[in-house]
Design a protein around this ligand. Structure first.
Ligand code: MSP
Length: 507
C-alpha cells in the first residue's frame, strides 16, 4: 500500500451557485480523506478541491452580472468556500485557476509540450467545422444533425479559425494498453468498459487547446501565441498538478504528492469521464510525469429530479444549505452516501431524506444511544459498568465490534462502496437494538441479576463507541457528540441526537 494519499474533486465552474450534485463529490472526498487520515496520519493525506474560473461560461455569466470576470469569480468563489465550511469539508488546499501558481504551471505545460523534440505535442492548424459555444466543444460534421449540439441540443455555429492542437492521436495505443494493464485506473467497472470501448471503436482526434482572443479573452494566454487563450478544459485538468508541485528548469515535474509512493484518487461525476480518463492521462504521459503507484479515476452517478439531472440550466437545482439547515449537516451527508450506491444515479427528494432520517437515524442509531444513556443513568447512576461474562448473543455482538474496528477503511476496501460500508455499521446497530429487546433489562433489574445487567450495558456502550469511531468520517459532528456523551467511566447525557420528524398532518 502506498504511504501517501492524495484525493481531489473536480474544480467547479463558478458561473452559478453550488447545488446538491456538487456537494456530493466533496462529501465523498471528505469521507475518504478522513478515513485515510485515521489510517496514515494527518500529514500523509492531501485533499484538494477548488474552482474552475476561466472560459466562455464564466465570461458570459460575468457579462450578465455586469461585472468583470475577475470581480465575478471573486464573488462566487466565496459561496463555494462558505458551503464547504458549513458541510464540514476538511480540504487541505483550495485551488482557483486564476491563481498565479496555476497560471504559471499551465504556461510551463504549454511550453514543454510545444517545444518537445523531435515531434512537438502541440502544433498550429486551421480548424473548419462546427462549434458549440456553451459547451465549448468542436464537433465533427458526421455527428451533427439539424445544426444542434449533440450534447446540449442548443444551436451550434460553423467556424473557421487558426488554433493550436494537442496530439492526442499519438497516444491512443499507449492509453488502451495502460488502461488494460491497470484495472483500477478507471472505476467503477462499467465506466472502465465505456472508456475502453470508446477508445477501441473510435480514432482519437487531436484536441483543440486554444481559443482565439477575439472570440474569448477570459483565459490563460498561450505563451507562444498572444492572440490565443487556453481551452478551459486543458487549463482545468492541470489543477491537479499545479496545486501540489512545480516544473523545474528542465521541465521535470517535482511534487511530494505525486510519485511512486502515492495513491491518487480523482473523484468525478460521470459526465466528465472522458476528459479525465482520456485527456488527462495522455497529458501526464506526454509531459513525462511519472504515474503514481496507484491512481484511480472514480466516476459517480448523478442526482436526478424525477427524470432529469439536477442542474442549474434545467432550473431544478436544490441548494445544499437549505437541506442541511432543515435536516442537519450529518443527516444530509449520511443520506447522500447511504441512499444510493456510489456510481449509480439517485433520485433526490425530501421525502427520501425524512424516511432515512426516521428509520436509520432516529429509530436505529438515535434510539440505541438514548436508551443506553438512560439505562446507565437509571441503573448505575451514570457510571459505565465493567465488562462481564456474555451470553451467546452478546459474544456475537462483541465479535462484530471487533470486525468493524479492523475495517477502518471500510469504503475503500469495498470499492468505494460507501452505502455498503454504512450498511455494515447499521447491522451492528440493529444487532444491539435487538439485544436490548431480547434481553429485557427491566427483568434483570427485577430479578436483581446485577452482574448480567452490568455485562449487558457495558456491551451496549462498547457497541456505541465502536459505531462512533466507524461513522466519524461520514458524520463527524455526530461521532463527536456521541463520544462526549460516553466518557471513559461516566456518561454525560445530552438531548436525543435525532428526534423523529413527524410526517402525519397536524389536526
Ligand atoms: N469545471 C468542470 C470540471 C473540471 S475538473 C478538472 C465541471 N464543473 S461543473 O461545475 O460543471 O461540474 C462539477 C462536477 O459536478 C462534475 O463532476 C459533475 O459530474 C458534478 N455534477 C453536476 N451535476 C450533478 C448532479 N446532478 N449529480 C451529481 N453530480 C453532478 O464540469
Amino acid at each position: 500500500m502506498a504511504n501517501k494519499f492524495y484525493i481531489t474533486t473536480p474544480i467547479y465552474y463558478v458561473n452559478a451557485s453550488p447545488h446538491i450534485g456538487h456537494s456530493y463529490t466533496n462529501i465523498a472526498a471528505d469521507i475518504l480523506a478522513r478515513f485515510m487520515r485515521q489510517r496514515l496520519g494527518r500529514e500523509n493525506v492531501w485533499f484538494l478541491t477548488g474552482t474552475d474560473e476561466h472560459g466562455q461560461k464564466i465570461q458570459k455569466a460575468a457579462d450578465e452580472a455586469n461585472l468583470s470576470p475577475q470581480e465575478f469569480v471573486d464573488k462566487v468563489v466565496v459561496q463555494f468556500k462558505y458551503l464547504w465550511e458549513k458541510l464540514n469539508i476538511s480540504y487541505d488546499d483550495f485551488i482557483r485557476t486564476t491563481e498565479f501558481r496555476h497560471i504559471l504551471t499551465v504556461t510551463r505545460v504549454l511550453e514543454i509540450l510545444k517545444n518537445k523534440k523531435p515531434t512537438p505535442d502541440i502544433y498550429e492548424a486551421k480548424y473548419e467545422g462546427w462549434y458549440c459555444i456553451p459547451c465549448e466543444t468542436f464537433w465533427p460534421k458526421t455527428q451533427i444533425e439539424e445544426k444542434l449540439c449533440p450534447d446540449c441540443k442548443r444551436p451550434i455555429e460553423e467556424i473557421s479559425e487558426t488554433n493550436y492542437f494537442f496530439r492526442l492521436s499519438n497516444y491512443q495505443g499507449w492509453l488502451i494498453e495502460y488502461i488494460e494493464a491497470n484495472p483500477g485506473f478507471v472505476q467503477p467497472a462499467n465506466r472502465r468498459h465505456e472508456v475502453l470501448s470508446f477508445l477501441k471503436l473510435n480514432r482519437l482526434t487531436d484536441l483543440c487547446i486554444s481559443r482565439p482572443k477575439e472570440r474569448l479573452s477570459w483565459g490563460i494566454p498561450l505563451p507562444f501565441s498572444p492572440q490565443h487563450v487556453t481551452y478551459v478544459w486543458f487549463d482545468a485538468l492541470i489543477n491537479y498538478i499545479s496545486a501540489v508541485g512545480t516544473f523545474d528548469k528542465d521541465g521535470k515535474y517535482i511534487s511530494g504528492w505525486w510519485g511512486k509512493d502515492t495513491q491518487v484518487v480523482h473523484l468525478i461525476g460521470k459526465d466528465i469521464l472522458r476528459h479525465h480518463a482520456v485527456y488527462w492521462p495522455i497529458m501526464l504521459h506526454a509531459l513525462n510525469i511519472e504515474f503514481p503507484k496507484d491512481m484511480t479515476i472514480f466516476a459517480h452517478g448523478w442526482w436526478m429530479m424525477g427524470q432529469d439531472k439536477m442542474s442549474k440550466s434545467r432550473g431544478n437545482a436544490v441548494a445544499p444549505l437549505d437541506m442541511a439547515d432543515k435536516f442537519g449537516i450529518d443527516t444530509y451527508r449520511y443520506f447522500l452516501l447511504r441512499d444510493v450506491p456510489f456510481g449509480l444515479d439517485g433520485n433526490f427528494s425530501e421525502e427520501s431524506i425524512i424516511k432515512r432520517f426516521n428509520s436509520d437515524l432516529a429509530n436505529d442509531l438515535g434510539n440505541l444511544v438514548y436508551r443506553s444513556l438512560t439505562m446507565v443513568e437509571k441503573y448505575f447512576q451514570g457510571k459505565i459498568p465493567q465488562e462481564g461474562v456474555l451470553n451467546e448473543q452478546g459474544k456475537r455482538i462483541k465479535a462484530s465490534i471487533q470486525a468493524l474496528s479492523t475495517e477502518p477503511d471500510l469504503a475503500l476496501n469495498i470499492g468505494f462502496n460507501f452505502s455498503l460500508g454504512l450498511e455494515k455499521i447499521w447491522n451492528l446497530i440493529a444487532m444491539a437494538n435487538k439485544y436490548v429487546e431480547e434481553t429485557k433489562p427491566w427483568n434483570l433489574v427485577k430479578e436483581a441479576k446485577t452482574t448480567e445487567l452490568e455485562a449487558f450495558i457495558r456491551l451496549l456502550v462498547d457497541v456505541i463507541k465502536a459505531v462512533a469511531d466507524a461513522i466519524y468520517a461520514f458524520m463527524p459532528d455526530t461521532a463527536k457528540s456521541i463520544k462526549e456523551q460516553f466518557g471513559d467511566q461516566e456518561i454525560k447525557k445530552g438531548s436525543p441526537l435525532f428526534p423523529r420528524i413527524d410526517t402525519k398532518p397536524k389536526n
